[in-house]
Write a protein that binds this ligand. Structure first.
Ligand code: SAH
Length: 206
């Protein structure tokens, strides 16, 4: 997976490649899909949600570019795989998931593999997590119609926000950076994520 799906597609950071070798994706997928854990695709994790394709997790991580000690807010814990990759890279991770059952499952895996520096809560991540702001990085792992304003607000100077933005059916991966002269944004290709549902996301009922 690391060589064929990540390295050949442009994931060049050795520390990120090493994180993907050492955080085992099969621990984050339901038992029935364990045999597909290292395939080049998203997989169902229950509750109508998915664990993202490994390459997408790696690309978002590379855009976020966390260094040890960075405070990172993640919206959409899901399986917890992306959370664990960030924690492995030394980030102090705050993660929000709207589905309580998925969060419970993810927390069990964090405990099982002894992941440190992860704080989690059930709730609507489209309003951010004010209590621990500002963040050096914010990563949204669900598709948003637009950028939730609270997330830009909770970004520290020099902070990066990685978020899929666009219609429900397909989005474009965007990176926003808070610089001395304001927010600058860039686009990083197409992607398809489950919808970000909440106050500044999509309405719950389709
Ligand atoms: N990074 C995860 C992606 C899971 S899919 C993984 O690879 O496993 C996206 C997740 O975002 C889903 O679990 C969904 O329940 C959650 N989600 C959607 N809207 C949300 C919101 N407003 N706040 C928090 N979580 C949300």
């Amino acid at each position: 997976m690391v060589l064929h799906q990540l390295k050949t597609r442009g994931i060049s950071s050795e520390k990120i490649l090493s994180a993907f070798s050492q955080v085992h994706r099969h621990l984050f997928v339901p038992e029935a899909y364990a045999g597909y854990a290292y395939h080049d695709r998203p997989l169902p994790i229950g509750e109508g949600q998915t664990i993202s394709q490994p390459y997408m997790v790696a690309e978002m991580t590379q855009l976020l570019d966390p260094v040890p000690g960075d405070r990172v807010l993640e919206i959409g814990t899901g399986s917890g795989y992306q959370t664990a990759i960030l924690s492995f890279l030394g980030a102090v991770v705050y993660t929000i998931e709207r589905n309580g059952l998925l969060l419970e499952n993810a927390e069990k895996v964090f405990r099982r593999i002894g992941m440190k520096n992860i704080s989690s809560m059930t709730g609507d991540g489209t309003i951010g997590w004010e209590e621990h702001a500002p963040y050096d990085g914010i990563i949204v792992t669900a598709g948003s119609p637009d950028v939730p304003p609270a997330l830009l607000k909770q970004l520290a100077p020099g902070g990066r926000l990685v978020i899929p933005v666009g219609p429900r059916s397909s989005q474009s991966l965007k990176l926003y950076k808070r610089t001395g002269s304001g927010i600058i944004s860039s686009e990083h290709g197409g992607c398809v994520f489950v919808p970000l549902v909440g106050k500044h996301g999509w309405p719950a009922e389709g």
